[in-house]
Design a protein around this ligand. Structure first.
Ligand code: HEM
Length: 208
């Protein structure tokens, strides 16, 4: 019982982050009878999109949703005083895995070199590259080892969300909602705003 109480946060993130994999698994057919061959199953989406468009859509949307969620952890902590390193870490892993999966789908469908044919793909590619060191250092061990440079390294996440939003905006897909959430988070992080919120919270706590 204590185990569940302590760990339910990151377990919930893991379940939520894995769930769309079942949707994707219904869209592809993997044949291992003669080596490995992967084929798309068409007409599975019922949304008037081809299967490859749906694969881009699901993987891209979940990548940007988890990235936005990770970046709201600090503002959430400032607002409510609640934080959990394991939950944040699980969200970071979900972001990196969905982004990598999105890129792997692209490489499989179009080829790696196609990445360098459009500005929006290059922006996405740099974001994916940034996510790799972030993925391996979002833990307590690296935090202790890297000390002051850890924060600097993690602040690359801002560049990753900027580039990802640029990628999605150029593609003319849904990006404003994510930009607004991340933007509000930046306002809450501003030292003056942050101090005021924390002072307000402390005052309320003293009154209760
Ligand atoms: C090398 C890196 C990347 C490549 C080559 C790439 C490629 C693509 C392609 C081909 C599409 C579909 C475009 C269309 O339907 O017209 C797409 C859509 C999208 N991508 Fe990426 N992407 C990359 C990285 C990323 C990253 C890092 C994120 C976010 C974290 C992201 C989020 C999205 C989103 C949200 C969509 C729109 C999905 C939809 O609603 O249909 N992409 N990307």
């Amino acid at each position: 019982m204590t185990f569940i109480k302590r760990n339910y946060g990151w377990m919930l993130v893991t379940i939520l982050a894995s769930f769309p994999l079942f949707i994707l698994s219904n869209m592809i057919h993997i044949d291992i009878s003669d080596g490995i061959s992967i084929a798309l199953i068409e007409n599975t989406t019922g949304e008037g999109r081809s299967t490859i468009e749906m694969l881009y859509h699901v993987s891209g949307e979940f990548a940007i949703r988890w990235m936005t969620a990770v970046l709201t952890c600090t503002p959430f902590f400032i607002l409510f005083g609640v934080t959990n390193l394991f939950v944040r870490q699980a969200m970071g892993i979900a972001t990196a895995i969905w982004s990598l999966l999105h890129f792997i789908i692209f490489i499989w469908a179009e080829g790696f070199l196609e990445t360098f044919t459009q500005v929006n793909y290059v922006a996405g590619f740099i974001a994916v590259l940034i996510l790799i060191p972030l993925l391996f250092t979002s833990n307590r061990k690296s935090m202790k080892k890297l000390k002051a440079s850890w924060k600097k390294l993690q602040s690359l996440a801002y560049a990753a969300i900027f580039l990802s939003l640029l990628h999605v905006a150029i593609l003319e897909k849904t990006w404003i909602i994510y930009a607004v959430i991340v933007g509000l988070g930046f306002i809450i992080r501003m030292p003056k705003v942050k101090e005021r919120i924390i002072a307000f919270r402390n005052k309320r706590r003293a009154l209760n």
